[in-house]
Design a protein. Structure first.
Length: 393
């Protein structure tokens, strides 16, 4: 009778878990936690019909869109130890960390601004993306803003930040900043005073400039959107082709698993193929994030022209209306859905191979070192308890 009851209870648990997973479409990967919330802040996953109110202690998941209202603010501690402060009137998206080989945290600033503190002791390689730039950091304090016209600005308080934008790279030192705009020819560092910087003013100025030249701004954003759409399609094809090399390397390693010397060689070849494939997944993720950002900001501009026609000339309204029809034909939503599905499928396959061949250490994956540290902490705690119990009285 007991066995029958246990089986029934286990069946109930499995049914419940199955419903929970199917409700999200897939198991959600935790990426961090809200440390503090002030004002109206929401988070929303891809499968959620409505955003959920955020509160201190709530988890943050991969692909969550975090939105702060006017006057609101949220501090998020990512699982790699990075601290992110999402400022008022901002929209960010938490990136699935499985898309890079080290599982480093990453996020996308769609519009608004964030401040980040990265502790060098954690070994984090945080990356912050905007539509036009990627800021890669390790042990620093910096700020990133994304304007409504998809321009970006990065300012460094401490440490160094590697900024990539418009096919260029620039290393920012403390008290330096850089702006990245569409059609910009060269990246150039400028002086930066963290105490005097007006990030909200920068965003307001960019929005006002875009409103004055709405038709030109919209055309530039649309051209870049189409370029990113094509790049995302190519990246998805490249990912599929590259995975064939991973699959081949895995098959060859499996065939010689009983021959240590040959197995070590094939395992190394597999690791290299995995690293190349992770580069492809990261490239697809970045292209898709930029595509979504351009699409969202362009649609926001089109909607503003509809809601406030008095702000725009008749000629501008006509051009924007024509652009809206073109945008519908780009079918960005379908491309994005295909990208997300491809990323989930291939990252799941890659993770399975990493675990099977125990490559977490070689790939320097965060979870491997966290597990190693936890094992060390557990051993130290057991030793402390043993010494406490056997201490002479």
């Amino acid at each position: 009778m007991n066995n029958l009851r246990k089986r029934f209870l286990w069946w109930l648990v499995m049914v419940f878990c199955g419903l929970a997973v199917s409700a999200w479409g897939q198991e959600r990967r935790r990426e961090g936690q809200f440390q503090s919330v002030t004002g109206q802040v929401t988070a929303q996953g891809p499968a959620e019909a409505q955003p959920r109110p955020a509160a201190k202690g709530d988890p943050v998941y991969a692909q969550d869109r975090v939105v702060t209202a006017t006057g609101a603010k949220a501090e998020i501690k990512l699982d790699d130890g990075s601290i992110i402060t999402v400022q008022p009137s901002s929209r960010i998206q938490i990136v699935d960390s499985r898309t890079n080989s080290r599982h480093s945290s990453s996020l996308m600033v769609v519009v608004g601004w964030i401040q980040a503190i990265v502790d060098p002791e954690t070994g984090s390689n945080l990356q912050v993306q905007t539509a036009t730039a990627v800021a890669g950091v390790r042990g620093t304090e910096f700020t990133v803003a994304a304007a409504a016209d998809c321009a970006s600005r990065v300012g460094v308080t401490q440490g160094q930040v590697q900024v990539t934008g418009q096919n260029q790279e620039l290393t920012l030192e403390p008290k330096q900043q850089v702006s990245v705009e569409l059609q910009q020819k060269a990246l150039a560092a400028q002086p930066y005073d963290p105490d005097q910087a007006d990030w909200s003013g920068y965003l307001s100025a960019r929005a006002a400039q875009m409103a004055r030249n709405a038709d030109k701004a919209a055309a530039e954003m649309d051209r870049e959107l189409e370029r990113r759409r094509q790049a995302a399609v190519q990246a998805q094809q490249g990912l599929a082709q590259q995975y064939q090399q991973v699959d081949k390397a895995s098959t060859e390693a499996e065939a010689v698993k009983d021959k240590p010397d040959q197995y070590a060689e094939k395992r190394e070849a597999l690791k290299q193929a995995l690293e190349q494939n992770y580069s492809q997944t990261q490239n697809l993720q970045r292209q898709d994030a930029s595509l979504v950002s351009f699409d969202e900001n362009l649609r926001q501009l089109i909607q503003d022209v509809k809601d406030h026609p008095e702000k725009y000339s008749a000629q501008t309204r006509k051009k924007i209306a024509a652009l809206e029809a073109t945008l519908k034909g780009r079918n960005v939503a379908s491309v994005h859905e295909a990208n997300v599905a491809a990323l989930d499928s291939y990252t799941s396959k890659l993770e399975a191979l990493v675990q099977k061949y125990e490559l977490g250490r070689e790939l320097q994956q965060r979870e491997f070192f966290e597990k190693q540290q936890q094992q060390k902490d557990d051993w130290l705690e057991k030793r402390r308890q043993f010494e406490e119990q056997h201490r002479p009285h």
